[in-house]
Design a protein around this ligand. Structure first.
Ligand SMILES: *Cc1c(COP(=O)(O)O)cnc(C)c1O
Length: 365
């Protein structure tokens, strides 16, 4: 069997995985057998290690894509009298706002431009202006543009004012060091198919145990009740309530083992940074300009401005690169026409060098 992929995914998830991660899926597991439940427990404790989380924290896995986990945190974390302040500078902040609004939760959106990092002062002002705010939700790496938000000082300020903090670290956890040891984040959300380099099928939440325990009975969704899900995993040694994505879970354990073998988050971050630097310098030589200034940019994904030339057509670039073995990503920025290239996954500097040569080769504008 040929385990090679026909093209590399230069996308922010699902992303290119290793052949060994994909191979680890080639057997079936019983969702309530101890062999499988032990895998779940290893993953739960491994996640706490990756986040440098203290004993105060616990990890829960949730079926579905990452958004399902975000929604499970909102359904479960918010009580009828809660008021969520959503700090947004992109599509994923807006998605959190949409979820809150659809579930009828009281929420306020503090919007920033897609090229601007939220500041502590602005968030503090929004909190002071509205005494009923109980929760602050924000995104670490806004995958819309690739902007890396400075979540920690905001989380610490919110915590000092007694607010609960929800962090969407979907596209950063495992690829950018996150240290939960100061206890400022109550709920961190990420998923299997991002920087830990697993395959899609579930998300996870690293939650402060006391914050989660106080949420019993909040959720009006049964499937997305994070407390109930956690209670089952916690009291029944890794047992999911309903059918779980067993192959994906097994592959995730393999991906975690490979993250450790690579040298952990620090080493992975270094590789992603190298990918990013080679990409930007290569693309700039060809004439592309990154959308963000370098000090705002994450090592996860880069948005490039479309060239002004009338001959440029994203679809042609996409199709040409696909033939050369690379899948890239359309833009999601509202302010300017862009397209995006991800540099996460089982992707190395030599791959990015090949990509830049391919762009040069098919240049038609
Ligand atoms: C990928 C991602 C999500 C979740 O997206 P899904 O398509 O549901 O997996 C949420 N937030 C951010 C910042 C992301 O990058």
């Amino acid at each position: 069997m040929n385990l090679d992929n026909p093209y590399l995914l230069l996308t922010p998830g699902p992303l290119s995985t290793t052949p060994t991660v994909r191979q680890s899926m080639l057997r079936d597991w019983c969702t309530w057998d101890t062999d499988y439940n032990n895998i779940v427990q290893k993953i739960r404790s491994g996640l706490l290690t990756i986040g440098n989380a203290s004993e105060e924290y616990t990890a829960v896995l949730m079926q579905g894509s990452g958004s399902f986990s975000v929604e499970s945190v909102l359904w479960t974390g918010l009580a009828p009298d809660s008021h969520l302040l959503i700090v947004s500078n992109g599509a994923y902040g807006q998605r959190m706002a949409k979820m809150a609004s659809m579930m009828g939760a009281k929420s306020t959106v503090l919007s920033f431009a897609e090229t601007t990092r939220p500041t502590v002062d602005a968030v503090e002002e929004a909190i002071s202006a509205n005494k009923s705010i109980t929760h602050v939700g924000m995104v670490h790496c806004e995958t819309t543009t690739g902007i890396l938000n400075d979540y920690l000082p905001i989380a610490q300020m919110a915590k000092s004012l007694g607010k609960k903090v929800i962090l969407d670290a979907m596209s950063s956890f495992g690829g950018i060091p996150i240290d939960l040891s100061d206890g400022s984040v109550d709920f961190l959300i990420s998923s299997a198919n991002k920087c830990i380099q697993g395959v899609p099928g579930f998300g996870f939440v690293i939650a402060k145990r006391d914050a989660l325990e106080s949420c019993k009975g909040n959720s009006k969704s049964h499937s997305l009740d994070l407390y109930d899900q956690w209670y089952s995993m916690e009291t029944q040694a890794g047992k999911w309530r309903f059918t779980s994505p067993t192959h994906t879970v097994r592959a995730f354990l393999q991906a975690m083992t490979e993250l450790e073998a690579e040298g952990g988050v620090i080493a992975r971050n270094k590789r992603y940074r190298e990918n990013y630097q080679i990409l930007v310098s290569g693309m700039e030589k060809i004439g592309f300009k990154p959308f963000l200034s370098p000090e705002l940019q994450s090592p996860i994904i880069t948005a490039f401005l479309e060239p002004q030339s009338d001959a440029f057509d994203f679809k042609n670039l996409y199709d040409g690169l696909k033939k050369e073995g690379f899948v890239i990503y359309p833009g999601k920025v509202s302010q300017a026409p862009t397209f995006r290239i991800g540099h996460i996954g089982n992707v190395f500097p030599a791959d990015i060098e090949r990509l830049c040569r391919a762009v040069e080769k098919i240049k038609f504008w």
